[in-house]
Design a protein around this ligand. Structure first.
Ligand code: ADP
Ligand code: ZN
Length: 531
């Protein structure tokens, strides 16, 4: 038999050529594979599309026994196994979608040593019978995919992942490799700790996706903006449009279809057959647009997704990075485009406050959102900000391939504007004991005698009309940025505005408030009400 690193390398390379038909390893793949084939544990942080699968598939093929892959992506197991079988790899899976006979067959193959790879849903490992089965076969490596699911504070926690630490206890001689595309320091440490991998070697790839152009535009009339973006830059391209609600998924898909862009909806409210049909059309056809909730896309390997568009604000940078990462896996130029507006901030803040979970959970959610908002409002390079969030360095000069690098936003001294907006909130509360939402605050600032202004006598306030130097859109931008910077808060089910602890310094003129200038909006947006 072959031994030593050189022999391992040539055997791994031979497998890469023979089975997968690829020329060479990418990035850290070779180092990871050599380490795991030699029996070492590994924690692998690699962006989506970075090539994590080969990091465990090749060790599974090179080492004697079956590689056991733990994955939460039950819906994709059949596809993954089919794809491997097409390459001549002996693969199988065990999950809840199978009937008894199917499962028995896979179990028999495993016990007979006839499987190179066995995919398992994490909940299977809670069942003693599965552990018993595994004990009776020979295992080459354990791969724990989507390892960030073990993080209780992360955006994708799966309680079943907590039981996976037992793998190391029951099979101390089998190497384990944990893989994820989520890369914050906190998650990284949690994976190492909770999966009990103290001796693992850590492989952290660069999270930069240089071929993805990041752009975040102010939301005016989002469907129209999306249509213009698609027509101007991505006609005939395949892509994903993310919306928050099922309803807006449906409406957006209809809108695009009515405007000559082939688009299908995807969300958890559709029946399984429709979902599967839309997903497989997306994978097989060229130029189909899927409008989806975040239920869509995990584990989907379509190399030529040319754009990912967000019509609503993601809840965290991890989510944003993962979703945008589905674009451009083939390395060709792709766009991550998002429309973002005042209502996004209000809606998300409201969701956190009225949502489930204890105080600590809410605080976590709020800090996730704050980081996402900071990315939206930054005047610096978006890529630099993203990478910094993941603890990685970027070129100080900027990437040259994001909106803020390509057309640097102007900033202005918004201190006086901030004082006016905050004073309006203060007056309403002190003089009237009232709280109102952003629309009323802006109407008061602009001195508009709307029905609601008259109804509440708000034209009698001393602040009425003090903000006529700015437009309606500009005021919405100011309030959005004050919310993002934590200088204003959203309260209650109506999303009323309130001061924060930090607001006082602005009102006392102890703190300056630099703001991003709102880019010129398309003319259609002036009448738009949807931001
Ligand atoms: P991840 O799981 O990290 O998102 P995948 O393992 O699905 O990434 O790989 C992404 C794509 O890159 C797949 O289409 C895969 O076949 C391809 N790929 C991975 N490694 C290589 C390589 N060394 N050479 C060529 N293509 C590769
Ligand atoms: Zn940049």
């Amino acid at each position: 038999a072959t031994e030593g690193p050189d022999a391992t390398t040539s055997e791994a390379l031979a497998t890469l050529h023979r089975v997968f038909g690829y020329e060479a390893f990418r990035g850290e793949q070779q180092a990871v594979i050599e380490h795991v084939v030699a029996g070492g544990d590994a924690v692998v942080l690699m962006p989506t599309g970075g090539g994590k699968s080969l990091c465990y598939q090749i060790p599974a093929l090179v080492r004697p026994g079956t590689g056991v892959v733990v994955s939460p992506l039950i819906a994709l197991m059949q596809d993954q196994v089919d794809a491997l079988r097409a390459l001549g790899v002996r693969a199988g899976f065990i999950n809840s979608t199978q009937d008894f006979d199917e499962r028995r067959m896979v179990e028999a193959e495993f016990l007979a040593g006839e499987l190179d790879l066995l995919y398992l849903a994490p909940e299977r490992l809670r069942v003693e019978s599965t552990l018993g089965l595994l004990s009776r076969g020979k295992i080459s490596v354990f791969a724990i995919d989507e390892a960030h699911c073990v993080s209780q504070w992360g955006h994708d926690f799966r309680p079943d992942y907590l039981t996976l630490s037992l793998l190391g206890e029951r099979w101390p001689d089998v190497p384990r490799i944990a893989l994820t595309a989520t890369a914050t320091d906190a998650t990284h440490q949690e994976i190492t700790q909770r999966l009990n991998l103290p001796a693992a070697r850590h492989f952290v790839a660069s999270f930069d996706r240089p071929n993805i152009q990041y752009r975040i535009v102010p939301k005016a009339d989002p469907k129209k903006q999306l249509l213009a973006f698609l027509r101007e830059e991505h006609a005939g391209d395949a892509g994903i449009v993310y919306c928050l609600s099922r309803n807006s998924v449906e409406r957006t898909a209809e809108f695009l279809s009515a405007n000559g862009i082939e688009a299908v909806p995807y969300h958890a409210g559709l029946d399984a057959g429709t979902r599967a049909a839309h997903q497989s059309r997306f994978l097989r056809e060229e130029g189909l647009v899927v409008v989806a909730t975040i239920a869509f896309g995990m584990g989907i390997d379509k190399p030529d997704v040319r754009f990912v568009a967000h019509l609503d604000l993601p809840k965290s940078i991890e989510g944003y990075y993962q979703e945008t990462g589905r674009a451009g896996r083939d390395g060709l130029p792709s766009t991550a485009w998002m429309a973002y507006g005042l209502n996004d901030v209000i809606q998300q803040r409201k969701l956190i406050q009225s949502g489930e979970g204890d105080e600590a959970f809410r605080r976590r959610a709020a800090s996730h959102l704050d980081a996402m908002l900071a990315l939206c409002e930054t005047a610096r390079c978006r890529r630099g900000q993203l990478l910094a969030y993941f603890g990685q360095d970027a070129t100080a000069a900027g990437c040259g391939n994001c909106d803020t690098c390509l057309t640097p936003p102007e900033t202005w001294d918004g201190t006086v504007a901030a004082q006016k907006a905050l004073s309006t909130v203060v007056r309403l509360q002190r003089e009237r004991g009232q709280k109102f939402g952003a629309v009323q605050i802006v109407d008061i600032l602009l001195g508009k005698r709307t029905a609601k202004v008259i109804q509440f006598d708000h034209d009698q306030l001393s602040v009425f009309g003090i903000g006529q130097d700015l437009s309606d859109g500009e005021w919405r931008g100011v309030i959005r940025q004050l919310l993002a910077q934590g200088l204003l808060a959203v309260e209650g089910e109506y999303g009323t505005l309130a001061l924060t602890e930090a607001s006082g310094a602005v009102l006392r003129r102890e703190r300056e408030v630099p703001l991003r200038k709102e880019p010129k909006r398309p003319t259609a947006s002036r009448s738009g009400t949807s931001s």
